[in-house]
Design a binder for this molecule. Structure first.
Ligand SMILES: C[S@@+](CC[C@H](N)C(=O)[O-])C[C@H]1O[C@@H](n2cnc3c(N)ncnc32)[C@H](O)[C@@H]1O
Length: 192
């Protein structure tokens, strides 16, 4: 039994202390397929400034850095962020911060926001509130991409499908592309 809530910074920090890469982001076929699908869905555009909350050890961050002039990646686990810093050491256009998603000052500066496997760590009402804040501040024409596992886990507050349904219900987002792969789904929207 874990001593912490499954959404707390302490819970994730304990996971990274026990294993540097608890979800095998570096090597699992599933994760590498998911990262490919994300980057493929963004391909063809370059972005001035991307936001990646919950960047973990920075594997997706590295990929985003190939198509973005600037990447601001954050995670509230100091151990994960240390690994991300090592991985992105030479990428001077990647900025990392050890903060919670809920501490982000403003979403307005970003023309790309990537929500990858983070939405289900919030309760339904809180996720609705957070995404409404994100969308309210996004500039017209900017891009939001969400990608989540569609399986079930006792670590999750809500399902990956509900994470996406909440975003799909926001009339200020225009759906541009959606894909369902074995085990995960992703959607890309443009802010109207
Ligand atoms: C399942 S991992 C996903 C990592 C990465 N986004 C990806 O798709 O490979 C979830 C990550 O989100 C971080 N996280 C969860 N809730 C967070 C929050 N409220 N603020 C910042 N980071 C958070 C965790 O520390 C963990 O590194």
């Amino acid at each position: 039994m874990n001593a912490y809530s499954h959404s707390s910074a302490d819970f994730f920090e304990a996971k990274y202390k026990a294993s540097t890469d608890p979800w095998n982001f570096e090597s699992s076929d599933y994760e590498l397929r998911r990262y490919d699908a994300i980057l493929h869905m963004l391909d063809g555009s370059t972005y001035r400034s991307a936001l990646e909350p919950g960047c973990s050890i920075g594997v997706l961050t590295e990929g985003l850095a190939t198509i973005c002039e600037n990447v601001f990646a954050l995670d509230f686990s100091p151990t994960a962020l240390k690994e991300a810093a090592k991985r992105c050491e030479k990428l001077t256009h990647v900025q990392l911060a050890c903060i919670s998603l809920e501490e982000i000052d403003s979403y307005a500066p970003f023309d790309l926001i990537v929500l990858s496997e983070i939405g289900y760590y919030f309760a339904e009402d809180r996720w609705r509130q957070i995404t409404q804040e994100i969308v309210a501040e996004m500039k017209s024409g900017s891009t939001l991409l969400a990608a989540h596992w569609t399986g079930t886990s006792s670590d999750h507050e809500i399902s990956g499908d509900l994470v996406h349904e909440i975003l799909l219900a926001d009339p200020r987002l225009s759906l541009q592309q959606r894909e369902r792969h074995a085990g995960f789904r992703l959607e890309r929207w443009e802010r109207i």
